[in-house]
Design a protein around this ligand. Structure first.
Ligand code: PLP
Length: 724
């Protein structure tokens, strides 16, 4: 498994390690020291402002910035609704009331028209805003010239939350250089990191001095710890400042890398219907995070489904910030809303954007995006109507598929005939079968004149074995056929019923068509199964008797392929009575026919090379992925995915299976219907007529599953339009 691809992991290496070790060795381990001073100088110079104050976090910088701007308890402070909670939290710390303003839909930054309206409204109401805190969303610099002009008209001060935008520019001017002051964050996921840290930047020496004072416990410059007001312990440690200086030296390179990653995403998104980049300003952004917007009407999947699809491929993504006016913590707050931030929240996905990501990782993200949103681009025909390829045969078999008395024959029909023959020897001629099954199972019994009872199948496609059990206990049948559909394993309750049926002296025959890897599961007297449904043999079936030990002769016979030899086998110790009769009957059956009716040599050779565990695993993974994707389309599976042990198909319920089947076939997705109601012997009223079986063969992968869901969504839409 490839390592998980993270959204924005810290990008630190040898240079950072050296810087921290050097600081450690210098003895400046305290939250003050030469690296702090130098870091402040270097960063302020880089952004082009006069002063920097290094602090323990971006949040601390916001907190002290607001205090330094004179924000008082009860004041109104206007900020972006589309932001990380820290912005709004800091406003709450100082006892002010945040007033949220919605976003410009194309950039996600503050809508300046709405900002003007908010400030005018607050002023009119007699509670003018003390300050405005605009945010540079995902690194894109907001229109601060406009914000400053509007704020100035209403006497509000401006503290810019540039936590995400270090390294970006607007009109040639650096992010972090607007407003009365601005703040940066050096959290682990930001463009550059000090592990945790932040900085307040300003041209105003009074603001810088005030913040520095408050950040050091408001300690007066005297020896005896004099404090005239309550302060904070918010300074950045010297060790972390050393890390920050090393990162700052690499800032341009790290931003360049993020821009390269953005360019890759830009190219991919251009080719996919229903995907757009959010607020892409080419090379003036630091490209902190690249976000795509998913238009579910064009993409046919929604953002959440895309996120889950990427997640299943080991790729971390995030929704965009949940707008502050929707957060329970700020439920009572004033908000000027236009719907844009909510829309961005619902449709936006931040993609892995960290500068430490290599090209191969970005390739993986791009591929996963394509598969999730444009599955047609990975198109190939899908369907269980095609002969199975020989897939997953590289690994040597880890276990034999069956370990007890087993006879391999050419077809499932022969296997059933053998079962009927054996049962007849003990006088049986009445069998109970589930009232939903492939009619070919019945033919061998019908041909031989058996009485057939049927017992119901419940809505969740489990045979109602309690009814079969009552038939057995009333002595109305000699045998009961049990089966599970689509590869679901029997439940505990069913096994208890099977035991009771056998206790009543009635033989239990298990149809294991879709469970070829879990013999003996039913505890039945006989099991038979057709192989070609799940395994890539051209043909083949087996009879199976849970006798415990495979007779050596049988094993040898299978190895040599000389089935005739089995008939002359005379020492059958270790075989149960039933198994012995069974063996005799099947031998006789094969001998009676001149034509070679044993399973083909090619089929047997194939079986020996298969990695059955891998096949089962892939089928389960496919079924799960498909069920997940279908959930988004609003299509229900007919059996719980969790019950499928070796899924043959994923059955779903659709209103008109024939029409859906035909429409899917036009898109090269082929799905059988299990089973059309046969004439004559389906007495159960509730024969499920709404089933369509979707392929989950092990030769298909997640991309194919997503495409099936995608095509189904199109078909559903097409059919809805046709019937409107
Ligand atoms: C990261 C971030 C902060 C908080 O910075 P910390 O250093 O984590 O406290 C504040 N505002 C925005 C917009 C951020 O993205």
């Amino acid at each position: 498994m490839s390592p998980r691809i993270l959204l924005s992991a810290p990008d630190v290496g040898v240079a950072e390690e050296r810087a921290v070790v050097a600081a450690l060795r210098s003895g400046w381990v305290a939250p003050l020291g030469p690296d702090v001073d130098a870091f402040e100088r270097e960063l302020a110079a880089r952004v082009g402002v006069a002063h920097g104050v290094a602090l323990s976090s971006g949040t601390a910088a916001l907190h002290l910035g607001l205090l330094a701007l004179g924000v008082q308890p009860g004041d109104r402070v206007v900020t972006s609704s589309m932001t990380f909670a820290a912005t709004a939290n800091a406003i709450a710390y100082v006892g002010a009331h945040p007033v949220f303003v919605d976003a410009d839909p194309t950039t996600g930054n503050l809508d300046v028209g709405l900002l003007a309206e908010a400030l005018a409204t607050l002023e009119r109401e007699g509670t003018p805003a003390r300050a405005v805190v605009p945010v540079d969303l995902l690194g894109r610099v907001a229109d601060h010239d406009a914000v400053e002009a509007i704020a100035a008209r209403h006497g509000a001060r401006v503290l810019v939350d540039a936590a995400e935008s270090l390294g970006s520019t607007r009109g040639g001017r650096q992010a972090g250089s607007w407003g009365d002051a601005s703040i940066l964050s050096f959290n682990g996921n930001k463009v550059m990191t000090t592990s945790g840290g932040g900085m307040l930047l300003t041209d105003d020496p009074a603001i810088a001095g005030r913040v520095r004072h408050l950040a050091t416990q408001a300690r007066m410059p005297v020896a005896h710890y004099e404090h005239e007001e309550v302060g904070y312990n918010y300074r950045l440690s010297n060790l972390l400042a050393a890390l920050g200086r090393a990162q700052l030296r690499r800032l341009d390179a790290m931003v360049a890398r993020r821009r390269t990653i953005r360019a890759r995403y830009r190219a991919v998104v251009a080719g996919i219907d229903g995907l757009d980049l959010l607020g892409d300003a080419a090379d003036t952004d630091n490209a902190w995070l690249t976000a795509v917007l998913v238009d579910p009407d064009a993409a046919l999947v929604d953002a959440d489904a895309v996120r889950r699809s990427l997640d299943s491929r080991g790729i971390e993504t995030r929704p965009l910030w949940k707008p502050m006016h929707l957060q329970p913590a700020f439920a009572g707050s004033r908000a000027f809303v236009n719907g844009a931030s909510e829309h961005l929240f619902r449709t936006g996905i931040a993609l892995p954007s960290g500068s430490s990501l290599d090209d191969a990782s970005i390739d993986r993200v791009v591929e996963a995006l394509r598969a999730a949103v444009a599955p047609r681009s990975c198109r190939r025909p899908i369907g269980s109507d095609f002969p199975l390829d020989v897939a997953m045969s590289a690994a040597p078999p880890r276990r034999r598929p069956w370990g007890t008395t087993t006879v391999m024959v050419e077809t499932g029909r022969q296997a059933i005939t053998a079962v009927a023959t054996v049962l007849e020897r003990s006088g049986a001629h009445r069998i109970a079968v589930p009232a939903f099954l492939c009619d070919s199972i019945l033919f061998p019994f019908q041909d031989r004149g058996w009485r057939i009872h049927d017992y119901p199948v419940l809505d969740d496609l489990t045979p109602d074995l309690a009814v079969a059990r009552r038939l057995a206990e009333a002595g109305e049948v000699d045998a009961v056929l049990v089966m599970r559909y689509f590869g679901a394993a029997p439940t505990f309750a069913e096994l208890a019923d099977v035991a009771a049926i056998r206790g009543a002296g009635v033989a239990v025959v298990a149809d294991e068509t879709h469970l070829p890897f879990t013999m003996n599961q039913w505890g039945a007297d006989f099991a038979y199964a057709s192989l070609r449904k799940v395994l890539p043999t051209t043909d083949g079936a087996y009879l199976h008797m849970p006798s415990g030990v495979e007779p050596p002769m049988l094993r040898r016979a299978r190895e040599t392929g000389r089935y005739a030899a089995m008939a002359s086998f005379d020492s059958r110790r270790g075989i149960t009575q039933h198994s012995r009769i069974m063996l005799d009957a099947s031998m006789a059956l094969m001998e009676r026919d001149a034509a070679p009716r044993r399973m083909s040599r090619r089929g047997r050779a194939l079986l020996d090379t298969l990695d059955l565990d891998a096949i089962a695993e892939r089928r389960i993974a496919n079924a799960r992925a498909l069920a997940d994707a279908l959930d988004d389309v609003g299509i229900e599976t007919a059996v719980p995915v969790g019950s499928l042990e070796v899924p043959s198909h994923l059955p779903v319920r659709v209103a008109n299976p024939l029409a859906v089947q035909a429409a899917l076939a036009r898109a090269d997705v082929y799905c059988p219907i299990h089973w059309p109601r046969p004439q004559g012997f389906a007495t159960q009223e509730a024969w499920p007529d709404d089933l369509l079986s979707l392929p989950v063969d092990h030769r298909y992968d997640l991309d194919d599953m997503l495409r099936i869901a995608h095509e189904l969504r199109l078909v559903a839409r097409e059919l809805a339009e046709a019937t409107r």
